[in-house]
Design a protein around this ligand. Structure first.
Ligand SMILES: Cc1cc2nc3c(=O)[nH]c(=O)nc-3n(C[C@H](O)[C@H](O)[C@H](O)COP(=O)(O)O)c2cc1C
Length: 369
């Protein structure tokens, strides 16, 4: 099967075309990866490529409790132990760099500040995982954001570049800019939400500027072959709505990204995340973008193989199946059944439970992890 064939990702040899999609697990007590993080990712190192959970590029970019960062030396050193463990197990790993924009809560921000966004408009009906009272984690409505000043926007691009440098120092094989799923970059790209009248709003070119400036900054700092980007064309997660010439916006982005020789573009199909997402557009995107394409969302072995055979993607991302199946590649390869994840331990400080305690398939018992 093509799914189990190797792939040359801009000079990085991947053992197969199975990608572990980025998944926030909210297990980093102080925003720092730990020995369980190391174990969790190295258990999953037979994936052709691991993309980490979203990693905040700044305190301001943080939107959920116990998510890790890459903006202090301690955070960088902790990630070095993770990348070493994954590489020792034969794996490849990119860091997903994240700024949530308005999808945050004052209890997560420096001195209780408001979260930031292109405009001061709250995401309706959106919750986050934050402090409901001091010391009490729980689900709360996201806070009202404030609009970023023009000069602050460029500073956010600089935060991504700094985090990208730190990621490479920490031994990552590359970084993925999280431009998907209703977070900061999508808030800027969305023409219904982003009504700014400066160089970051209004026209299509202006709405795409922050993402492209960030990518260009990263390319200059760490090289295009170490930079990927995740986007969700026509995504509707977190109160994002349709807007004029939405297809044209994504096709313009496809054209711009195509000039940049990136490691890859990663499309997020949000339907298994509970959002509407018109994936018929993905085919158009594929035609407009000649580089390596990852598609993720709702795949099993057979649908992944079909997508590869039909030329819809080069690599396939699997999210939820990797939670309870550290050996997902081996299970799919042998046609062994998949274990189901326990939802109550998906997020939060549950230690090893629901994180590193999912066993490999019984047929491999006794084999070293
Ligand atoms: C627990 C969980 C956490 C997730 N966290 C992230 C994240 O940090 N960044 C991101 O881009 N997508 C995130 N996603 C979306 C996944 O990467 C993936 O696109 C989605 O789960 C659909 O794929 P699947 O049907 O194979 O699970 C998350 C999904 C899950 C289930």
């Amino acid at each position: 099967m093509k799914l189990f064939n190797s792939y040359d990702l801009a000079g990085l040899d991947l053992a197969n075309r199975v990608v572990m999609a980025p998944m926030t697990r909210s297990r980093a007590a102080n925003g720092v990866a730990d020995v369980l993080t190391e174990r969790y990712y190295s258990q999953r190192a037979t994936a052709g490529l691991i993309i980490t959970e979203g990693i905040a590029v700044s305190r301001q970019g943080t939107g959920y409790l116990f998510t890790p960062g890459l903006y202090t030396d301690d955070q960088g050193q902790a990630w070095r132990r993770v990348t070493d463990a994954v590489h020792a197990a034969g794996g490849r790993i990119f860091a997903q760099l994240w700024h949530v924009g308005r999808n945050s809560h004052v209890s997560l921000q420096e001195a209780g500040a408001a979260p930031v966004s292109p405009v001061a408009r709250r995401a309706h009906g959106v919750q986050t995982y934050a402090w409901t009272a001091p010391g009490v984690p729980g689900h709360v409505a996201t806070s009202a954001p404030r609009a970023l000043a023009t000069e602050e926007v460029a500073a956010i691009a600089a935060d991504f570049v700094a985090a990208g440098r730190r990621a490479m120092q920490a031994g990552f094989d590359g970084v993925e800019v999280h431009g998907a799923n209703g977070y900061l970059f999508e808030q800027f790209i969305n023409g219904e939400l982003n009504t700014r009248d400066d160089r970051y709003g209004g026209s299509m070119e202006n709405r795409l500027r922050l993402l492209l400036d960030t990518i260009d900054g990263l390319i200059a700092a760490i090289g295009a072959r170490h930079v990927g980007v995740r986007i969700s064309p026509f995504g509707r997660l977190y109160d994002m709505h349709g807007y004029d010439d939405e297809a044209g916006t994504w096709l313009a982005l496809a054209q711009e990204l195509g000039k940049r020789n990136l490691a890859y573009v990663h499309l997020s199909d949000q339907r298994t995340l509970g959002a509407d997402c018109d994936t018929s557009f993905f085919v158009q995107f594929r035609k407009a973008y000649a580089g390596t394409l990852i598609v993720a969302g709702g795949f099993d072995r057979d649908s992944a193989e079909a997508a590869l055979q039909e030329g819809k993607a080069d690599l396939i991302g699997f999210g939820q199946p990797f939670v309870a199946n550290p050996d997902l590649v081996e299970r799919m390869g042998h046609g062994w059944p998949l274990a189901q994840a326990r939802r109550e331990t998906l997020y939060g400080l549950h230690g090893a439970t629901g994180y590193t305690d999912y066993p490999r398939h019984a047929a491999q018992e006794g084999a070293a992890i």
